[in-house]
Design a protein around this ligand. Structure first.
Ligand code: DGJ
Length: 732
């Protein structure tokens, strides 16, 4: 039993393999948080609560003369605005009479095996054996507002998920102004580092680590999607935590729209963490009987450092977020024509790229942007999802048949959520996009955003995408999104409901994706938003892989993929070899290095295969064979970050160990060549101490203990950005 309730003390305890979470229905029915951290069994942690009379901290009416009970400093399980807790709140709402008061006290609870779905939202899932759930219902006795706090425990993965449901059980309309999914208080503790993942287009998920301080620190997006600029995954950890040591708490938001993740240190050095949908631009009306469901936050605990935390997230997302055939089935090595041709292609050109690629073991051609409507640049065509037969003479099916005849699968690009002004769709339905009727909307990449909250918009997209899928044997869709939201206004909603549009947009997107993915189980979906601008656990529920970045430079990718690996599995990171000089940075790197970096992800190529020399093609053939050989080790083995690319100037290294422990793949990239260099020695991780490992293709044999404690010596490396891949095999 992962979840326990003690009737006399009214204490709820949740245990995972290595962690404990405890809360209590305290005085006057308030739900107080007691503890979240390393496993503690057989102990009530109520002794941690401190009751003091603190100045300027009010006391709830029921406490009357008891000046030591105040919501201003007691640890709350779900804090509300307006009743004397001045810290960052979880819930803020306006009652029918215009007041902001909400007083939530315990009403009931339910514990059950398994996990229920969150209506209309992506969320983790599991069988009755894998997960146990708890619902605690709080209520406001005056207004009859009810709040369900939803918890699910994946014991083996040290994971507890949280979300919230608000129900209006009163007789008047209420307005939700903020509904956060997770609110977590750490009593008597503020010695954390906050790790966040910031970036920009073509440089996503750069790692930033800062000690927290009094006051608030937030990362957020109000761009309508999770964004390149900040990621909805953050970590709170010991200030000396590293890959192998220290307490770490991860928070991954299963949502693809606006978000906010705030950490606050209060006046008596306690820490509060709050995560959920951003309250800016958010306002949701609930009529009597209506409910609002907030998306899920997946919390993972590790007391063995960041490496263990990440590996649990990798399994959690692979096993309990990703769905369908491609959760486990081997995904094809692909070639995408974008950087090879951009908009300038014909069916003949694509077929010849496919033909060349097929001889090298590549398994799928992806036709990127430019195949539909009138689309020879990014000024026109979006929305017109009809094949351009001037470019693809003979139609889509002829091209796909030819590609299939080379033994290659066929994939296709869409950007369904967008429309160009210069398109038939816009000319017919100018009112289908998000735009205030009284103004001209902002353009970005010369496109507008379709109002995904509207059924008729989604129906059009569903019908067009389905028709294209029926036209030919299409086995993959790249789902792109190339601008952020502005002028967020839907003509389908009344004035007082415009604060719902950001969220309804995301719900509409999920609804369309749900229909398309369930009706086309044989089609592999890859998420994309100008690279990794919508790289989150919400999108991974529909597409098990996401194009990690529009930056294909392997040296920049070292940091992008390193940062992404903290919260997301290797199998989720789309990663391709492209041409040199690199189109984004102009950097020149060896083909081998481009291959080594790209194969630490869902591997592919993004260049004009017709332009490669015979020698290069031979090398590509070897890369593809290598990737296929180590596919399971890379995608489903354990991943170890051996260096930190921000502090290791000379080289970057990372390692994979297969699930059965028999295969190990160590990757090095030299980032700064040096004459008369110090020895490169790297301590491996995750091996069996007393077993022996042989370096593949040599007679070199080492014990696991030697490789992990004395380290592996890399022979001297020269040259710009050289890479080495070392395969080790269990020897005895
Ligand atoms: C942005 C994507 O990230 C690229 O890979 C490519 O698909 C372009 N869009 C096409 O417009």
């Amino acid at each position: 039993m992962a979840i326990l309730y003690h009737e006399q003390t009214k204490i709820f305890t949740m245990h995972t393999k290595n962690s404990t979470y405890q809360m209590q229905v305290g005085a006057y029915g308030y739900l107080l948080h007691l503890y979240y951290g390393s496993k503690i069994e057989g102990q009530e942690l109520t002794y941690l609560l401190q009751y003091n009379d603190r100045g300027f901290s009010s006391n709830p009416a029921e406490a009357y003369k008891d000046r030591t009970f105040s919501l201003d400093f007691l640890p709350q399980e779900y804090s509300v605005f307006g009743m004397g807790d001045y810290r960052e709140s979880g819930l803020q709402l306006q009652n029918t009479d215009g007041s902001f008061d909400v007083q939530l006290t315990y009403k009931s609870h339910e514990i059950y095996q398994g996990k229920r779905r969150l209506e209309g939202l992506p969320a983790s899932y599991g069988t009755e054996k894998e997960v146990e759930s708890l619902v605690i219902t709080l209520q406001d006795e005056v207004t009859k507002v009810e709040v369900d706090l939803l918890y699910s425990v994946f014991e083996e993965l040290d994971t507890i998920t949280r979300s919230v449901q608000v129900r209006n059980k009163g007789i008047g309309t209420i307005t939700l102004e903020k509904v956060m999914s997770c609110c977590l208080d750490f009593m008597n503790r503020c010695d954390f580092d906050y790790m966040t993942f910031y970036g920009k287009h073509t440089l996503e998920r750069q790692v930033e680590r800062t000690p927290i301080r009094h006051g608030k620190m937030s990362v957020e997006s109000v761009r309508g999607c999770s964004s390149h600029q900040q990621n909805p995954f953050v970590i709170l950890c010991d200030q000396d935590a590293n890959e192998m040591h220290g307490e770490c708490y991860g928070f991954s938001f299963v949502y693809s729209g606006n978000f906010k993740a705030t950490v606050e240190v209060d006046q008596i050095h306690q820490t509060r963490f709050v995560m959920g949908i951003h309250d800016t631009g958010f306002c949701f009306t609930l009529e009597p009987g209506e409910a609002f469901v907030a998306p899920e936050v997946m919390m993972v605990y590790s007391e063995q450092g960041l490496g263990a935390l990440s590996r649990n997230y990798h399994t959690l997302i692979q096993e309990h977020i990703c769905r369908g055939k491609f959760k486990k089935a081997r995904r094809p090595v692909l070639i995408n024509n974008w950087e090879g041709t951009y908009f300038d292609f014909t069916a003949e050109k694509l077929a010849s790229i496919a033909k060349d690629a097929s001889k090298l073991g590549i398994e799928m051609l992806v036709m990127d942007d430019g195949w539909f409507g009138v689309r020879n640049d990014d000024y026109s065509g979006l929305g017109d999802w009809f094949v351009n037969t001037n470019k693809l003479q003979g139609g889509l099916s002829k091209l796909v048949e030819e590609v299939n005849s080379y033994g290659m699968k066929f994939g296709i690009w869409f950007e369904p959520e967008m429309v160009n002004e210069d398109s038939d769709l816009y000319r017919t339905h100018p009112d289908w996009c998000l735009k205030t009727p009284t103004r001209e909307g902002n353009r970005s990449r010369f496109q507008y955003v379709l109002d995904m909250s509207r059924e008729e918009v989604r129906t059009y997209l569903y019908e067009r995408i389905t028709a294209i899928l029926k036209e030919a044997n299409i086995e993959y869709i790249k789902w792109d999104m190339n601008r952020h939201l502005t002028n967020v206004y839907s003509i389908s909603l009344p004035a007082n409901r415009q604060g719902e549009v950001y969220h309804r947009y995301v719900l509409g997107l999920y609804d369309l994706l749900e229909r398309l993915t369930t009706e086309n189980p044989h089609v592999l979906f890859e998420g994309c938003s100008g690279g990794g601008g919508r790289f989150d656990a919400g999108m991974l529920y529909y597409s098990p892989q996401i194009w990690t970045s529009d930056n294909t430079d392997p040296i920049d990718r070292l940091r992008i993929q390193y940062g992404t690996s903290f919260g997301y599995p290797i199998s989720s990171m789309g990663s391709h070899v492209s041409a040199i000089p690199n189109h984004q940075t102009g950097r020149v790197t060896p083909l081998h290095t481009r291959g080594v970096v790209a194969m630490s992800g869902t591997f592919g190529y993004e260049l004009d295969m017709n332009k490669m020399t015979e020698e290069e093609k031979e090398e590509i053939k070897e890369q593809v064979a290598m990737y296929k050989k180590y596919y399971n080790t890379i995608n489903y083995g354990a991943y170890y970050r051996l260096t930190n690319p921000y502090s290791s100037e000379r080289f970057v290294a990372w390692e994979f160990v297969s699930e059965d422990g028999k295969n190990v793949l160590v990757n090095f990239v030299l980032t700064k060549p040096e004459h008369n260099p110090p020895i490169i020695n790297i301590k491996l991780q995750g091996l069996e101490r007393n077993k022996r490992y042989r370096v593949a293709g040599t007679e070199e044999v080492y014990t696991g203990a030697a490789l992990m404690n004395a380290g592996y010596h890399l022979k001297e490396q020269f040259g710009d950005y050289t890479a080495v891949q070392i395969a080790l095999e269990l020897y005895e």
